[in-house]
Ligand binder design. Sequence first.
Ligand SMILES: Nc1ncnc2c1ncn2[C@@H]1O[C@H](COP(=O)(O)OP(=O)(O)OP(=O)(O)O)[C@@H](O)[C@H]1O
Ligand SMILES: [Mg+2]
Length: 235
Amino acid sequence: MRLGLMGELASGIAHEVNQPLTAIVNYTQACLRFIQAEKPDLSKLSSILQKTHDQALKAGQIIHHMREFVRSKKIHRSTADMNALIENAVSLSVTDLKQYNILLTFNLADDLPAIYVDSVQIEQVILNLVRNSIDALKNLPHNKPRKLFIQTLLNDDHFIEVKVKDNGIGLGQSSQKKILTPFYTTKSSGMGMGLSISQSIIKSHDGALYFASKPGKGSTFYFTIPVRRKSDDAQ
Ligand SMILES: Nc1ncnc2c1ncn2[C@@H]1O[C@H](COP(=O)(O)OP(=O)(O)OP(=O)(O)O)[C@@H](O)[C@H]1O
Ligand SMILES: [Mg+2]
Protein backbone atom coordinates (compact mmCIF):
# COMPACT_ATOMS: atom_id res chain seq x y z
CA MET A 1 0.00 0.00 0.00
CA ARG A 2 2.81 2.35 0.90
CA LEU A 3 4.62 1.44 -2.31
CA GLY A 4 1.51 2.47 -4.26
CA LEU A 5 1.57 5.80 -2.52
CA MET A 6 5.29 6.08 -3.31
CA GLY A 7 4.53 5.94 -7.03
CA GLU A 8 2.03 8.75 -6.68
CA LEU A 9 4.45 10.62 -4.47
CA ALA A 10 7.24 10.27 -7.00
CA SER A 11 5.22 11.76 -9.82
CA GLY A 12 3.87 14.42 -7.45
CA ILE A 13 7.41 15.30 -6.45
CA ALA A 14 8.60 15.48 -10.04
CA HIS A 15 5.81 17.93 -10.75
CA GLU A 16 6.25 19.94 -7.54
CA VAL A 17 10.03 20.25 -7.73
CA ASN A 18 9.83 21.19 -11.36
CA GLN A 19 7.96 24.39 -10.54
CA PRO A 20 10.61 25.97 -8.27
CA LEU A 21 13.33 24.72 -10.64
CA THR A 22 11.69 26.44 -13.59
CA ALA A 23 11.37 29.61 -11.53
CA ILE A 24 15.05 29.39 -10.56
CA VAL A 25 16.08 29.04 -14.21
CA ASN A 26 14.05 32.12 -15.12
CA TYR A 27 15.35 34.17 -12.20
CA THR A 28 19.00 33.31 -12.86
CA GLN A 29 18.57 34.21 -16.53
CA ALA A 30 17.20 37.57 -15.45
CA CYS A 31 20.15 38.03 -13.06
CA LEU A 32 22.62 37.32 -15.85
CA ARG A 33 20.92 39.92 -18.05
CA PHE A 34 21.02 42.49 -15.24
CA ILE A 35 24.72 41.89 -14.57
CA GLN A 36 25.55 42.47 -18.22
CA ALA A 37 24.03 45.96 -18.10
CA GLU A 38 26.44 48.87 -18.01
CA LYS A 39 25.36 49.95 -14.52
CA PRO A 40 23.68 46.92 -12.95
CA ASP A 41 20.74 47.79 -10.70
CA LEU A 42 21.94 46.10 -7.52
CA SER A 43 18.69 46.40 -5.60
CA LYS A 44 16.77 44.71 -8.42
CA LEU A 45 19.45 42.09 -8.63
CA SER A 46 19.30 41.45 -4.93
CA SER A 47 15.53 41.11 -4.97
CA ILE A 48 15.69 38.52 -7.76
CA LEU A 49 18.43 36.63 -5.93
CA GLN A 50 16.22 36.57 -2.85
CA LYS A 51 13.41 35.04 -4.90
CA THR A 52 15.84 32.48 -6.33
CA HIS A 53 16.90 31.61 -2.81
CA ASP A 54 13.26 31.17 -1.69
CA GLN A 55 12.46 28.89 -4.60
CA ALA A 56 15.53 26.75 -3.89
CA LEU A 57 14.41 26.44 -0.25
CA LYS A 58 10.97 25.42 -1.41
CA ALA A 59 12.37 22.65 -3.59
CA GLY A 60 14.47 21.48 -0.64
CA GLN A 61 11.43 21.34 1.64
CA ILE A 62 9.55 19.15 -0.80
CA ILE A 63 12.41 16.65 -0.86
CA HIS A 64 12.79 16.85 2.91
CA HIS A 65 9.12 16.06 3.40
CA MET A 66 9.35 13.03 1.15
CA ARG A 67 12.36 11.67 3.03
CA GLU A 68 10.63 12.10 6.38
CA PHE A 69 7.65 10.26 5.02
CA VAL A 70 9.67 7.33 3.71
CA ARG A 71 11.84 7.06 6.82
CA SER A 72 9.48 7.15 9.77
CA LYS A 73 7.18 4.33 8.90
CA LYS A 74 7.84 1.74 11.53
CA ILE A 75 4.66 1.18 13.52
CA HIS A 76 5.01 1.01 17.30
CA ARG A 77 1.74 -0.37 18.57
CA SER A 78 0.54 -0.33 22.14
CA THR A 79 -2.79 -0.38 23.92
CA ALA A 80 -4.50 2.99 23.74
CA ASP A 81 -7.71 4.83 24.41
CA MET A 82 -9.10 6.71 21.40
CA ASN A 83 -10.67 9.47 23.47
CA ALA A 84 -7.34 10.14 25.18
CA LEU A 85 -5.58 10.33 21.80
CA ILE A 86 -8.16 12.88 20.68
CA GLU A 87 -7.65 14.96 23.81
CA ASN A 88 -3.88 14.93 23.29
CA ALA A 89 -4.13 15.91 19.64
CA VAL A 90 -6.65 18.67 20.30
CA SER A 91 -4.53 20.12 23.10
CA LEU A 92 -1.96 20.99 20.41
CA SER A 93 -4.51 23.17 18.63
CA VAL A 94 -6.09 25.10 21.50
CA THR A 95 -4.21 28.29 20.67
CA ASP A 96 -5.48 28.28 17.09
CA LEU A 97 -9.02 27.43 18.18
CA LYS A 98 -9.01 30.40 20.53
CA GLN A 99 -7.36 32.75 18.08
CA TYR A 100 -9.92 32.03 15.36
CA ASN A 101 -12.87 31.96 17.71
CA ILE A 102 -13.80 28.36 16.91
CA LEU A 103 -16.28 26.62 19.15
CA LEU A 104 -15.22 23.02 19.70
CA THR A 105 -17.70 20.49 21.04
CA PHE A 106 -17.25 16.80 21.78
CA ASN A 107 -19.47 13.80 21.87
CA LEU A 108 -17.11 11.06 23.01
CA ALA A 109 -18.50 7.61 23.81
CA ASP A 110 -17.47 6.70 27.32
CA ASP A 111 -17.51 2.93 26.91
CA LEU A 112 -15.02 2.54 24.08
CA PRO A 113 -12.91 -0.62 24.14
CA ALA A 114 -9.13 -0.35 23.95
CA ILE A 115 -7.38 -0.17 20.60
CA TYR A 116 -3.97 -1.48 19.67
CA VAL A 117 -2.32 1.26 17.61
CA ASP A 118 0.65 3.51 17.06
CA SER A 119 -0.56 6.36 19.26
CA VAL A 120 1.77 8.95 17.74
CA GLN A 121 0.50 8.18 14.25
CA ILE A 122 -3.18 8.21 15.22
CA GLU A 123 -2.71 11.51 17.05
CA GLN A 124 -1.06 12.80 13.89
CA VAL A 125 -4.16 11.87 11.86
CA ILE A 126 -6.50 13.59 14.32
CA LEU A 127 -4.29 16.65 14.37
CA ASN A 128 -4.21 16.78 10.55
CA LEU A 129 -8.02 16.65 10.41
CA VAL A 130 -8.43 19.27 13.13
CA ARG A 131 -5.90 21.58 11.45
CA ASN A 132 -7.69 21.20 8.12
CA SER A 133 -10.98 22.09 9.79
CA ILE A 134 -9.42 25.13 11.44
CA ASP A 135 -8.13 26.23 8.01
CA ALA A 136 -11.60 25.71 6.55
CA LEU A 137 -13.17 27.79 9.33
CA LYS A 138 -10.74 30.61 9.94
CA ASN A 139 -11.69 32.77 6.97
CA LEU A 140 -15.45 32.57 7.37
CA PRO A 141 -17.23 35.93 7.64
CA HIS A 142 -17.14 37.22 11.21
CA ASN A 143 -20.88 36.99 11.75
CA LYS A 144 -20.92 33.28 11.01
CA PRO A 145 -20.29 31.00 14.01
CA ARG A 146 -17.33 28.68 13.51
CA LYS A 147 -18.08 25.22 14.75
CA LEU A 148 -15.94 22.13 15.10
CA PHE A 149 -17.41 18.89 16.38
CA ILE A 150 -15.59 15.70 17.28
CA GLN A 151 -17.39 12.46 17.94
CA THR A 152 -16.37 8.90 18.78
CA LEU A 153 -18.57 5.83 18.70
CA LEU A 154 -18.36 2.07 18.50
CA ASN A 155 -20.04 0.81 15.36
CA ASP A 156 -21.58 -2.63 14.82
CA ASP A 157 -18.58 -4.05 13.03
CA HIS A 158 -16.24 -3.67 16.01
CA PHE A 159 -14.67 -0.54 14.70
CA ILE A 160 -14.24 2.66 16.60
CA GLU A 161 -15.37 5.51 14.41
CA VAL A 162 -14.02 9.03 14.78
CA LYS A 163 -15.84 11.92 13.18
CA VAL A 164 -14.41 15.42 12.74
CA LYS A 165 -17.01 17.86 11.47
CA ASP A 166 -16.76 21.54 10.62
CA ASN A 167 -19.11 24.12 9.15
CA GLY A 168 -16.29 25.66 7.13
CA ILE A 169 -15.90 26.47 3.43
CA GLY A 170 -16.44 22.86 2.29
CA LEU A 171 -15.38 21.28 -0.97
CA GLY A 172 -16.79 21.22 -4.47
CA GLN A 173 -17.10 18.00 -6.48
CA SER A 174 -13.94 18.50 -8.48
CA SER A 175 -11.67 19.13 -5.48
CA GLN A 176 -13.25 16.24 -3.58
CA LYS A 177 -11.73 13.94 -6.17
CA LYS A 178 -8.25 15.31 -5.58
CA ILE A 179 -7.83 15.96 -1.86
CA LEU A 180 -6.48 12.51 -1.01
CA THR A 181 -3.78 12.80 -3.70
CA PRO A 182 -0.30 13.68 -2.45
CA PHE A 183 0.58 17.37 -2.95
CA TYR A 184 -2.93 18.53 -3.77
CA THR A 185 -3.44 21.72 -1.79
CA THR A 186 -5.46 24.91 -2.06
CA LYS A 187 -3.39 26.65 0.62
CA SER A 188 -0.51 29.00 -0.04
CA SER A 189 1.51 27.48 2.78
CA GLY A 190 0.17 23.91 2.52
CA MET A 191 2.12 20.89 1.39
CA GLY A 192 -0.95 18.88 0.42
CA MET A 193 0.36 15.86 2.31
CA GLY A 194 -1.84 15.84 5.44
CA LEU A 195 -4.69 13.74 4.08
CA SER A 196 -2.64 11.31 2.01
CA ILE A 197 -0.40 10.59 4.99
CA SER A 198 -3.45 10.26 7.23
CA GLN A 199 -5.07 7.84 4.83
CA SER A 200 -1.93 5.75 4.63
CA ILE A 201 -1.68 5.61 8.45
CA ILE A 202 -5.31 4.56 8.82
CA LYS A 203 -4.99 1.89 6.14
CA SER A 204 -1.92 0.45 7.83
CA HIS A 205 -4.08 0.11 10.96
CA ASP A 206 -6.74 -1.81 8.95
CA GLY A 207 -9.17 1.07 9.14
CA ALA A 208 -10.61 3.44 6.57
CA LEU A 209 -10.72 7.20 6.04
CA TYR A 210 -13.56 8.90 4.18
CA PHE A 211 -15.39 12.19 4.05
CA ALA A 212 -18.46 14.06 2.94
CA SER A 213 -18.50 17.73 2.06
CA LYS A 214 -20.63 20.50 0.61
CA PRO A 215 -19.27 23.82 -0.60
CA GLY A 216 -20.37 26.63 1.71
CA LYS A 217 -21.78 24.16 4.26
CA GLY A 218 -18.80 22.30 5.66
CA SER A 219 -17.07 18.95 5.74
CA THR A 220 -17.08 15.82 7.82
CA PHE A 221 -14.09 13.52 7.89
CA TYR A 222 -14.38 10.03 9.36
CA PHE A 223 -11.92 7.32 10.14
CA THR A 224 -12.31 3.86 11.64
CA ILE A 225 -9.94 1.73 13.70
CA PRO A 226 -10.65 -1.90 14.58
CA VAL A 227 -11.01 -2.53 18.32
CA ARG A 228 -8.27 -4.43 20.03
CA ARG A 229 -8.49 -8.11 19.18
CA LYS A 230 -7.82 -10.99 21.59
CA SER A 231 -5.05 -12.23 19.30
CA ASP A 232 -3.22 -8.90 19.73
CA ASP A 233 -2.63 -9.78 23.39
CA ALA A 234 -0.39 -12.65 22.39
CA GLN A 235 2.03 -10.38 20.53
N1 LIG B 1 -12.06 20.24 6.46
C1 LIG B 1 -11.82 20.69 5.22
N2 LIG B 1 -12.64 21.61 4.66
C2 LIG B 1 -12.41 22.07 3.41
N3 LIG B 1 -11.39 21.67 2.62
C3 LIG B 1 -10.53 20.76 3.13
C4 LIG B 1 -10.70 20.22 4.44
N4 LIG B 1 -9.69 19.33 4.66
C5 LIG B 1 -8.95 19.33 3.55
N5 LIG B 1 -9.43 20.18 2.63
C6 LIG B 1 -8.88 20.44 1.28
O1 LIG B 1 -8.03 19.37 0.94
C7 LIG B 1 -6.74 19.86 0.58
C8 LIG B 1 -5.70 18.84 0.96
O2 LIG B 1 -5.63 18.67 2.38
P1 LIG B 1 -4.28 18.13 3.03
O3 LIG B 1 -4.46 18.08 4.50
O4 LIG B 1 -3.90 16.87 2.35
O5 LIG B 1 -3.19 19.21 2.62
P2 LIG B 1 -3.05 20.73 3.14
O6 LIG B 1 -3.86 20.92 4.39
O7 LIG B 1 -3.35 21.62 1.99
O8 LIG B 1 -1.50 20.81 3.48
P3 LIG B 1 -0.74 20.02 4.66
O9 LIG B 1 0.27 19.15 3.98
O10 LIG B 1 -0.16 21.09 5.49
O11 LIG B 1 -1.76 19.20 5.41
C9 LIG B 1 -6.62 21.19 1.33
O12 LIG B 1 -5.69 22.05 0.71
C10 LIG B 1 -8.06 21.72 1.24
O13 LIG B 1 -8.28 22.31 -0.01
MG1 LIG C 1 -3.74 19.52 5.98
